[in-house]
Design a protein around this ligand. Structure first.
Ligand SMILES: NC(=O)c1ccc[n+]([C@@H]2O[C@H](COP(=O)([O-])OP(=O)(O)OC[C@H]3O[C@@H](n4cnc5c(N)ncnc54)[C@H](OP(=O)(O)O)[C@@H]3O)[C@@H](O)[C@H]2O)c1
Length: 214
């Protein structure tokens, strides 16, 4: 399986670093500027060559690490090339103050993305994974949770399997509509972390689940 990650920002770096270290799959890395993407790979000491957006879009699984305002136009532009692919959506639709969302309560970024690319399969993941958590997703023996959502059960299972080698706890979180809750959990986590003085190294670990990887 080929996995393409777009974006040279904080999440792009965290995700490419983690997949490169732990995943047995082929990783492609890209950004709007190939040279910047190559510099990021160099900075992270990742022995890969950056690829163009078009080359990366040949991958089976695509992970855009963009802001919500840029995500839907990006998906609209590349929707033909995204047909038949799994798109992992990590986005929280923050407002400019980062204290609320631009989406109403009856939808989520993941659902809005799925509407733009109906011939692709959107799978939500990493919604609550702050970028610094990728450096060490375990605290006091507890692994950081990744809630995996998709309307297509096969795709959800495929992505759970894909994420399994990563040092997180990967949970089946059901349908895309659950992102209405999961995305907003990030807002709550941020508020609590700021009060505690631990922002942004914070994560969820839902205590009481008997088996890992439900
Ligand atoms: N930060 C977190 O801890 C965190 C946690 C969970 C989810 N998220 C979500 O992850 C996304 C990225 O967050 P981040 O913290 O990584 O942001 P960031 O560091 O600002 O990176 C944003 C990325 O967006 C790309 N970009 C900027 N303008 C663009 C445009 N007009 N068209 C296409 N791409 C554009 C940039 O890619 P290039 O310059 O390389 O092209 C850059 O890599 C957000 O939607 C956020 O809600 C973030």
């Amino acid at each position: 399986m080929n996995i393409a990650i777009f974006g040279t920002g904080r999440m792009g770096k965290g995700i490419v670093k983690t997949f490169y270290q732990y995943s047995p799959h082929t990783i492609l890395f890209s950004g709007r500027e190939k040279e910047r993407a190559q510099n990021v790979l160099h900075e992270l000491q990742i022995d890969l060559l950056a690829v163009s957006m078009e080359e990366a879009l040949q991958a089976d699984v695509i992970i855009p690490t963009l802001w919500f305002k840029d995500l839907l136009p990006w998906a609209e532009k590349y929707k033909e090339l995204l047909k038949g692919k799994i798109v992992i959506d990590i986005v929280n639709p923050f407002n400019d103050n980062f204290d609320d969302f631009t989406t109403p309560y009856n939808t989520s970024a993941a659902e809005e993305l799925q509407k733009v690319i109906p011939d692709s399969t959107v799978v939500g993941a990493f919604k609550n994974t702050y970028w610094v958590v990728f450096d060490n997703p375990v605290l006091q023996g507890l692994k950081s949770d990744i809630y995996v959502t998709a309307d297509d059960e096969n795709a959800r299972q495929q992505i759970k399997d894909l994420l399994k080698p990563l040092p997180f706890r990967v949970l089946d979180a059901g349908l895309l509509k659950n992102n209405r809750t999961i995305e907003r959990m990030t807002l709550l986590a941020a508020e609590l972390a700021r009060k505690a003085g631990s922002h942004p190294r914070i994560s969820f670990n839902l205590w009481g689940l008997e088996h890992e990887g439900i």
